[in-house]
Design a protein around this ligand. Structure first.
Ligand code: GTP
Ligand code: SPV
Ligand code: MN
Length: 636
């Protein structure tokens, strides 16, 4: 299998620069900041590529690389749209792999909590520097043989913003190069910001298939599933990812940097890096409020972030759909948030012109679709687009199977974790301040998950500590965003289980500590659940655009309107205080708090948190659990 490296530029052969004996086919290595050169030289020596390519993030570069990938067969154009491409992966490489994602520190417990004996810690996997070096030694040396090593300078957050951070990713995947260009800000300007030896996060990625390949490459998607490993070094701010080309495993600016590494930096520097969307809601009076919301993977962030309100007079604008970096302003005390990303890497199935028209409209140009189906007229197709695609349309599924829509209902066009990757600036409701270097002020923080049973539509926490407890007890049904199968209800505190980069007990304490500074204007904390089922397994709540009705209630609470009643589990909406015009809703079923359920749940939560965190579980959380237990016991 040939490498498809971009050809040498017109530069005369003799002037071609080399690093060691490896030619630089684009860019000027000598002009890079000295500390970057030092690190790159080590990576080149380790990975032994046949060429080095320094990306400039330009459209011209993207056009050339795209053409190469089309010729190679990894991408094919979706001719129905402008500059859109479809890609099918090796079916063994379709999602994040939590079981192969590690944090490496000298001290085990700066990465993972002191779990009780017998409790298998699922809040991060730690490996010692000695053990990881053995693993890495069987993977990285020579891993780019026959391939081109690309150098991608990128900023998480607007280039130059005091809230932003810089990374440099080395990769041997052109797909990653194109996707990073959408998801982050790739620019040669980055080098100027590193000119004086400034810190940057070192990100090394390889698909793990040196050439000639030892095994057949499936779907022109090189990967190495047996040896996949995603390794974080929070102390030296470094990521090494091997064997997977997919999403959070390979676009290292996203979960690896912006959550796991940034989370550690945030802890050290006194801010927050969270798995949260950021949006604004303007009510009929013209008052605008910004909120942030954390739901586990594939539980509704992208959909909420750009929802189309079903009640009149409200305007929603999107700032971000997956990650928020937030810090309390020293002067004003406001919690200010930026979206460190530049694109959306969104779940495709379920997205349509009814559920999320803004997402569809965002990805009609300059986008990459991975593991979706393709229609005979060169459009995308996935489950959820049935009503917008004529029956009888021929579809080629993500596995290459051809079938006609409507003929066999068992056929699936797309992998459930199929994704669109599109520039955020194309979103029709992107906020004019989405790149404001100062961030936007957050008035409410929402947590939520897929809870088929027992959990009401919305709960407001009683206070900050109770809110941090609500977030700590977050649970959700597992989804296809990671390697879990079936619909098990899993704990996912703060929607950060897979993404926390240090001891989870310290993480919860970090949240609690924000209360200690009287200058901090603490946002109210809420918990929502769009996914409660009735006895026929039907959703009790219509969700999507109708979620504005809950946001409206939340904002009224932010404005201290008297629309809530105290309950044992938190504040619940007074009957009639959520606008349900035009809906047929069973309020009792949607808002009830069954005593049996909550009694069992709080016991289970305590057992689980105590097992996972042991003595690292903050005392304040233990106290909140006890108080909630006492309150629940008084339920009728
Ligand atoms: P990640 O990108 O993995 O972090 O996911 P996400 O949290 O952004 O989830 P997303 O908005 O992409 O939604 C995932 C799935 O949940 C999609 O199939 C949606 O159609 C579905 N979904 C989103 N919001 C709702 C809702 O309000 N109700 C229901 N029933 N389903 C929803
Ligand atoms: C998630 O799983 O939460 C995602 C997709 O947003 S990935 O980029 O693969 O992490
Ligand atoms: Mn996510």
């Amino acid at each position: 299998m040939e490498d498809i490296s971009v050809p040498f530029s017109e530069v005369h052969y003799l002037t071609i620069e080399k690093v060691g004996n490896v030619p630089v086919t684009k860019g000027n290595f000598q002009s890079l900041p000295a500390h970057v050169q030092t690190w790159l030289a080590q990576m080149i020596q380790l990975c032994t590529p046949k060429a080095v390519y320094i990306s400039d993030g330009s459209q011209e570069e993207a056009t050339i690389v795209t053409k190469k990938l089309v010729d190679y067969g990894q991408l094919s154009p979706l001719k129905k749209y402008e500059n859109c491409y479809i890609c099918r992966t090796d079916p063994r490489d379709v999602a994040r792999v939590e079981s192969k994602t590690f944090i490496v520190t000298n001290d085990k417990h700066s990465s993972v909590p002191h779990s009780r004996e017998g409790a298998k810690c699922i809040l991060g996997l730690w490996m010692s520097p000695q053990d990881i070096s053995k693993e890495l030694d069987t993977r990285f040396p020579g891993c780019m043989t026959g391939r081109t090593l690309m150098v991608i300078p990128f900023s998480m957050g607007p280039v130059g913003s005091p809230l932003s951070k810089i990374g440099v990713q080395v990769t041997d995947s052109y797909y990653v190069l194109l996707s990073m260009r959408v998801m982050t800000r790739v620019s040669p300007d980055i080098w100027r910001h590193l000119a004086h030896g400034e810190e940057f996060v070192r990100c090394l990625h390889s698909v793990g298939v040196p050439l000639p390949a030892a095994q057949p490459i499936v779907n022109n998607w090189p990967c190495n599933p047996e040896k996949t490993m995603i390794v974080h070094f929070p102390d030296p701010r470094k990521v090494m990812s091997f064997g997977s080309g997919y999403g959070g495993n390979s676009l290292l600016g996203k979960k690896c940097f912006a959550l796991r590494i940034a989370g550690r930096i945030a802890k050290d520097e006194g801010w927050l890096a969270e798995h949260m969307l950021i949006m604004s809601i303007t009510n009929p009076k013209g008052e605008e409020k910004f909120i942030a919301a954390a739901f586990p993977s594939a539980c509704g962030k992208t959909n909420l972030a750009m929802l189309t309100p079903t009640i009149p007079g409200y305007t929603v604008q999107c700032v971000g759909d997956d990650i928020a970096w937030m810090r309390f302003d020293k002067k004003t005390g406001e919690l200010r948030a930026i979206n460190p990303e530049a694109g959306f890497f969104g779940v495709a199935p379920g997205t349509n012109m009814k559920t999320n028209p803004n997402a569809i409209l965002t990805c009609l140009k300059n986008s990459i679709f991975t593991n979706v189906g393709e229609t005979a007229d060169s459009g995308f197709y996935w489950e959820g687009l049935e009503d917008e695609t004529p029956a009888g349309t021929e579809v080629t599924s993500w596995t290459g199977e051809k079938y006609k829509l409507g003929e066999d209902k068992t056929k699936k066009s797309s992998h459930p974790n199929a994704r669109f990757c599109c520039p955020a600036r194309q979103c029709p409701i992107i906020h004019s301040r989405w790149e404001d270097p100062a961030g936007v002020p957050i008035s409410a923080i929402i947590f939520g998950g897929r809870r088929p049973e027992g959990v009401p539509l919305v709960i407001e926490s009683l206070n900050w500590k109770h809110g941090v407890f609500l977030a700590s007890q977050l649970k959700s049904e597992s989804t296809a965003a990671a390697e879990f199968t079936g619909k098990q209800i899993m704990h996912d505190p703060f929607a950060m289980r897979p993404f926390v980069g240090y001891n989870f007990g310290h993480y919860i304490q970090h949240w609690l500590d924000f209360e200690k500074d009287p200058n901090n204007k603490l946002p109210k904390i809420f918990h929502v659940n769009w996914f409660r089922l009735d006895e026929n397994n039907k959703f009790l709540w219509p969700g999507f655009g109708d979620n504005i009705r809950v946001l409206d209630w939340i904002i009224r609470r932010v404005n201290n309107e008297d629309v809530a009643d105290v309950s044992p589990v938190g504040l619940l909406p007074k009957k009639g205080s959520i606008n349900l015009d035009g809906l047929d809703i069973n309020w009792e079923k949607l808002l009830s708090i069954p005593k049996d359920y909550w009694t069992g749940d709080i016991e289970e939560t305590l057992t689980w948190l105590d097992g996972q965190l042991g003595d690292d579980l903050p005392q304040d959380i233990r106290a909140e659990i006890q108080k909630q237990k006492d309150r629940i016991s008084q339920l009728n």
